[in-house]
Design a protein around this ligand. Structure first.
Ligand code: R5P
Length: 297
């Protein structure tokens, strides 16, 4: 039977886009909170004997996580043959080691919980830094689509004479790929993180690229401190109106407005719905889902 896509709250556009591209039915899930904050769920569309594809991007994940795994469990209970997750932004990837004694390595714990709840997972550019692949922590088939070619296309179509900058060494994997696709030079800065909202970036000699459009590229803008500090340094060296491109605009702490206030133009993919979305990852997601549907049917 045709797969059924289901949107967790806030993911209706994503679910509709997947349904359109995959030619499958968009189902309905009623969900609300009981007065005590517990979650009520009811499938309006029958998942019995079908693959259910649940769409749920995981920015600000803690409120979303329990309803999500409950929806997956309910789909199975109602007879779904398989339950897949499309999470364009996959949360909890950055705590990938025990930085201080006693800390939880939450990337592993979340991976185990999602692997228990779902049969497969599709995402876009997960934060793979100390892990080389999702398979190191996920026990289910996964596909990680890459937004770099789309970001390169956007840069080539919209910016004159770009010069790509990664704010830290972790961004090099994205920056190198984006720069290569946009046929632009790149460099990577050095960042030291002193705390959740305290980063220090050392600026290199960028005089060789004066007159070019400075384009900062990173996987995530969360607190925004990384991008804000990089923008501040770039503008102090005469690079006016740098462009900040992130795959995932999580924008904690109102960092979207702070970045604009710092003089930046902000562009993101639609992995997390936001006014800055200018790059559509819907096609990447649908292709990855098609592959997994074929591989797991
Ligand atoms: C970390 O290395 C990532 O690539 C990002 O640079 C980082 O997560 C951004 O976080 P924030 O916006 O809180 O500085």
């Amino acid at each position: 039977m045709n797969p059924l896509t289901i949107a967790m709250p806030g993911n209706e556009q994503l679910s509709a886009a997947l349904s359109d591209r995959l030619g499958c039915e968009m189902g309905r899930l009623d969900t609300r909170r009981f007065p005590d904050g517990e979650t009520y769920l009811r499938f309006d569309s029958d998942p019995a004997s079908r693959t259910v594809v649940i769409a749920c991007t995981l920015a600000h994940p803690d409120d979303k996580f329990l309803p999500l795994v409950l929806a997956a469990a309910a789909a199975r209970d109602l007879g779904a043959s398989k339950v897949g997750l499309v999470a364009p932004y996959l949360a909890y990837m950055r705590q990938d080691r025990r930085f201080n004694s006693g800390e939880a390595i939450t990337s592993r714990h979340v991976a185990r919980l999602l692997s228990d709840a779902f049969d497969w997972l599709v995402t876009v550019d997960p934060h793979l830094h100390r892990y080389r692949a999702l398979g190191e922590i996920y026990a289910i088939p996964t596909r990680a689509a890459h937004a770099a070619p789309l970001i390169s296309q956007w840069i080539a179509a919209n910016l004159a004479s770009p010069f790509i900058i990664g704010p830290d060494s972790e961004s090099e994997q994205w920056v190198a790929a984006v720069a290569s696709g946009a046929a632009a030079p790149y460099c990577v800065l050095e960042k030291v993180r002193h705390g959740d909202r305290n980063v220090q970036i050392a600026l290199k000699d960028l005089d060789a690229w004066k007159g070019r459009t400075a384009v900062l590229v990173d996987d995530i803008v969360s607190s925004g401190r990384t991008m804000i500090e990089a923008v501040r340094l770039l503008t102090s060296r005469g690079f006016v109106s740098p462009v900040c491109i992130a795959v995932h605009g999580v924008f904690a702490d109102g960092s979207d407005a702070l970045l604009v206030g710092a003089g930046a133009r902000v562009v993101t993919t639609n992995s997390v719905p936001h006014a800055t979305n200018a790059i559509d990852v819907g096609g990447l997601l649908a292709s990855a889902v098609s592959e997994l549907l074929a591989a797991t049917s």
